[in-house]
Design a protein around this ligand. Sequence first.
Ligand code: SF4
Length: 366
Amino acid sequence: MHDKTRLTGLNLIQLFNNGTNPNSTCCMTGKPFIIPVFIPHQGCPHQCVFCNQKTITGSTATFPDAESLRKIVFDFLDFARAHRTNVQIAFYGGNFLGLKAERLCFLLNKATDLIHQGAADSIRFSTRPDTITDERLKMIAAYPIKIIELGAQSMDDSVLKKIKRGHSSRDTEKALKLLREHGYVAGLQLMVGLPDEDEASLLSTGRYIVNLHPDFVRIYPTVVLKESLLARWYLEGRYFPLSIKEAVERVKILYRLFQENDIPVIRMGLQASEDLDAGDRIVAGPYHPSFGELVYSALFFDKAKKMLENSKPLPDTITLKVNPRSLSKMRGHKNRNMIKLKAEFRAIAIDLVCDSSLSEDTVEMV
Ligand code: SF4
């Protein structure tokens, strides 16, 4: 039986479907509602240094049977349909295309049955780049799969080798091309703060990905999970995780690059869960339950700061306008952005007002 009890229903709904993307809206849009089904480490013959899927998904179970899959989907169905027209069953946490053919078809058949019953509209999954082959794609061609996410993590081959990833940047490039040829929406998952990664390596990964132009990316900061090889390296003083501040700065580099090149960033930061929040599953590293919000707040701060610097001399009172959905990002956690701006630009008062005509990633000064 699949065990999703550690991620409660409400948590799951919030974590997979919140508007972490400033361009997203929350209700009845084309943005899919994701019902996640975890298959921790299933189909994966590797052991990346940072990985402990049982820790990250909170699941000790291995493989969902038909009834548990049905229950997961129906548990969320009313909420999903009330909020989005487009509902997707998502297989995460393992190497989906690496499952044995029999198991792969079992899950796809059961998910397809649920779709035929009107419980969802399509399927998505994450998988390793080196499992994308013509043969496997032909095997799944008849199923209602719309989106495939590749765990790229980095496009720096020396970093990939260090983290024992078992595939190269070229594998990711080839896989993405193949997915495109087969008509899938294809996204990449990336990590920052991996061993041997520095800003230069991160930038070259970012530029490589810009050239590939995936349909979207997710960015995760590397945290040290209990019982991972990285945890041992950390305890032996061989790996030093980023602080939250450093991780925010690195993710900002990628976010800006992707935004400038029209590549949507659909998530930044790990999915929070009660277990991760409790802290006993993470040994060290930049975990924050609202990591994406921290990045957006930092981006808004940078924009506002630049605007004020370019507007000197400043009047006594300035007014900043943002979309109502971006108000908390502009304010920052505990109003920190406002406090920092006032400290840096002495003797000014800042009024923050909403303007729904503005795009959600814009701040204007009036
Ligand atoms: S490929 Fe994915 S599931 Fe396999 S070890 Fe690496 S992170 Fe874990």
